[in-house]
Design a protein around this ligand. Structure first.
Ligand SMILES: NC(=O)c1ccc[n+]([C@@H]2O[C@H](COP(=O)([O-])OP(=O)(O)OC[C@H]3O[C@@H](n4cnc5c(N)ncnc54)[C@H](OP(=O)(O)O)[C@@H]3O)[C@@H](O)[C@H]2O)c1
Length: 349
């Protein structure tokens, strides 16, 4: 597993295990022993875990994993484990958000994770029309300077807001965004802006909830309700990308590349994103360890120019997804925004 230094002395595995699938908000059946699964991921080299204050129950699970990992493997092994959480104040709270609310969210994450200092906090703001996002970013930076947080990042900010935060003096280590072969929005402006400010992109959606895998190759367009909220969300991206026929053409191209490398569609889809400028890591969601070996192979897969040309030939026929990062999702009346949940942090504030 390749590792990368996001900032001086702050190193992560380039494949990050996503935690949303373990939350009670995700409908699919979960692992019987999620903590043992996390030990298996860390032992295999995927030592970075993504979660959030709003992924119900997941910070607690990772807290239990950290304790078990220290008991099993010792303090030095635990030190290589990084937990990337988020600070996502509820939409309803934004107009009256205080520093104490933000500090409360951070304290709650510290308690659940069993940490004295959070490794990376990724800040999210639901609505730019509500003032306060820059002030809140600075409150988080104060908490960082007080020692409660090691590194600060953002998630789902567009390029202009990311720049405003960085240029106001908040040291942004990373920006977590949806970025995949289907959704190229960050490539429009964000990748250059991130490079100019030393911000690393951490990408989610690289396997589109599982759509970018053999499971959907040659399968008819689903007509019924999909199995979970992730698939519902990524199906909208497939529609905007160019529809089911073009998506199937992409799967066929990925499958051809995968077969040449003895790999899988999902591994190729994530590996292709690790090659993109400014991308430090891919966050791949997992309910259990069933895809561990495929996802472990991502960073070592040596895609060749011919492989990329075959994939790019399909992407050349696709529509660009509208807007900058997360613009579609911010429109709460729109197709993408109307399926999201905006008030999940009730306990913390
Ligand atoms: N900042 C944000 O707003 C935001 C938004 C979304 C996600 N995230 C983070 O990013 C993580 C990943 O994104 P995501 O939730 O959108 O999910 P994702 O990574 O696009 O999809 C995860 C699902 O894809 C399938 N999968 C994973 N690896 C596979 C492989 N090698 N082969 C075949 N199928 C595979 C699995 O489905 P099955 O288990 O059904 O096989 C898995 O549950 C989340 O867990 C979360 O930590 C953040």
């Amino acid at each position: 597993m390749q590792r990368i230094e996001l900032a001086a002395g702050y190193e992560i595995s380039r494949v990050i295990r996503g935690g949303w699938q373990l939350s009670s908000g995700h409908s699919a059946a979960q692992s019987e022993d999620p903590v043992a699964d996390m030990v298996a991921f860390a032992d295999a080299g995927i030592t970075t875990f993504d979660c959030a204050d709003i992924y119900t129950g997941v910070e607690e699970l990772i807290g239990r994993f950290r304790k078990r990992y220290a008991d099993l493997r010792g303090a030095a092994a635990l030190a290589a484990v990084k937990v990337h959480t988020k600070c996502v104040p509820d939409l309803n709270l934004l107009p009256r958000l205080t520093r104490a609310n933000v500090a409360g969210i951070v304290d709650e994450s510290l308690r659940r994770l069993g940490q004295e200092r959070l490794d990376l906090v990724q800040f999210h703001w639901w609505d730019y029309a509500v003032p306060g996002w820059l002030e809140a970013a600075h409150w988080l930076d104060e908490l960082r300077r007080e020692g409660k947080i090691d590194r600060l990042g953002g998630t789902n900010f567009d390029t202009a807001h990311m720049l405003a935060i960085a240029e106001s003096g908040v040291p942004l280590t990373s920006m977590q965004v949806q970025y995949s072969l289907l959704d190229g929005r960050p490539a429009k402006e964000m990748t250059d802006a991130a490079a100019a400010h030393g911000v690393s992109l951490l990408c989610y959606g690289t396997v589109a909830g599982g759509f970018l895998s053999e499971r959907w190759l040659g399968v008819a367009e689903p007509a019924a309700q999909l199995e979970n909220r992730s698939l519902t969300k990524y199906k909208l991206i497939i529609d905007d990308f160019g529809g089911w026929a073009l998506f199937q053409a992409l799967l066929r191209a990925l499958d051809a590349v995968a077969r040449r490398h003895g790999s899988t569609v999902a591994t190729v889809a994530s590996a292709a994103m690790l090659r993109r400028p400014s991308v430090a890591g891919v966050i791949v969601g997992a309910r259990n360890r069933s895809h561990l070996s495929a996802n472990l192979a991502i960073s070592d897969l040596a895609l060749m120019a011919g492989d990329m040309a075959e994939i790019d030939a399909v992407l050349a026929k696709a529509n660009a997804i509208e807007g900058d990062v997360f613009d579609l999702e911010r429109d709460r009346e729109g197709r993408h925004g109307s399926i999201m949940k905006y008030n999940l942090n009730k306990g913390a504030a």
